[in-house]
Design a protein around this ligand. Structure first.
Ligand SMILES: C[S@@+](CC[C@H](N)C(=O)[O-])C[C@H]1O[C@@H](n2cnc3c(N)ncnc32)[C@H](O)[C@@H]1O
Length: 262
């Protein structure tokens, strides 16, 4: 059979249209990392335990009155109307304060690997804070989009060293030039700190990956740490720290590669 050129064109056009049709894509499977299943699943998979801990007064008691100070220190770094990503949901009012700092015309993405926690956060914040959006993903698997700031509030101490490195790297690569990553977490208390050995004992029993933050600065988890300006502030005799990494602007255009001319 002879095909007219116009028929061929039409067939191709139809194929083109079909290939551009939106197709159904099953939601990406997100599995709970092993460290969470081993050490934190009782808390994060339980609505009852999570609601019990979701209380500012209790959080201030267990952090020796430092929780509210840490929340303020974190939010002071955030500009109104900016685009912010928080890695890992939190208890208490930290996310509400962060959403207030971003404002209604800003944008706050909250990424969490745990479905129960993400549903709890959606239920709590979706209506009063329309600027908040929820993403179910593992922060170790890479981050899509560019942000003015990325917040890591009490997340790193839960992660084994390899995961710490991946999350720090991903957070640093998700910010714009002059953007910042704010880490709030444990650090090594002063030698004279009366609670130093109590906290160490607790960590060894229940939070085995927290002590790495006593031995190493957060900047040492990043490969290209010289591309960022690091600033560290300690709280409550050094038991907690805020580390802010600001991405340096490029001083010169990257030189073209030899292969570009071939
Ligand atoms: C950010 S920490 C905060 C808990 C802390 N006790 C608080 O409220 O201050 C815990 C949250 O991070 C989430 N998380 C842990 N590992 C994660 C990962 N790799 N990617 C994304 N979220 C993660 C957990 O599911 C949990 O909801």
């Amino acid at each position: 059979m002879i095909k007219l050129i116009s028929d061929i064109d039409q067939e191709e056009a139809e194929e083109d249209v079909i290939s551009r049709e939106p197709t159904f894509q099953a939601p990406k499977e997100v599995s709970i990392p092993l460290y969470q299943r081993l050490f934190y699943s009782k808390l994060y998979n339980s609505v009852k335990w999570s609601s019990l801990l979701d209380n500012n007064l209790l959080l201030n008691i267990v952090t020796f009155g430092t929780y509210s100070k840490l929340v303020r220190a974190c939010c002071n770094e955030i500009d109104m109307h900016s685009k912010v990503l928080q890695l890992g949901g939190t208890f208490g009012n930290q996310l509400a304060e962060l959403a207030d700092s971003v404002g209604y015309y800003g944008h706050l993405d909250v990424m969490d690997v745990n479905g129960t926690q993400l549903s709890r956060l959606e239920g709590k914040y979706e209506t009063p804070y329309p600027q908040m959006h929820f993403i179910r993903a593992n922060a170790e698997d890479g981050i899509e989009g560019e942000y003015d700031a990325v917040v890591c509030f009490m997340l790193l101490h839960e992660l084994p060293i390899a995961s710490k490195i991946k999350v720090v790297e991903n957070a640093l690569h998700a910010i714009k030039e002059n953007g910042k990553v704010i880490f709030i977490d444990y650090s090594q208390p002063n030698y004279w700190h009366p609670l130093r050995y109590v906290v160490r004992m607790f960590n060894r029993l229940y939070q085995p990956f927290a002590e790495k933050l006593w031995d190493r600065g957060i900047d040492t988890f990043a490969k290209d740490n010289l591309d960022y300006i690091w600033h560290r502030t300690r709280y409550f005799g050094g038991m907690y720290q805020k580390v802010v990494a600001v991405k340096r602007p490029k001083m010169f255009e990257e030189a073209p590669k030899y292969s570009d001319f071939l």
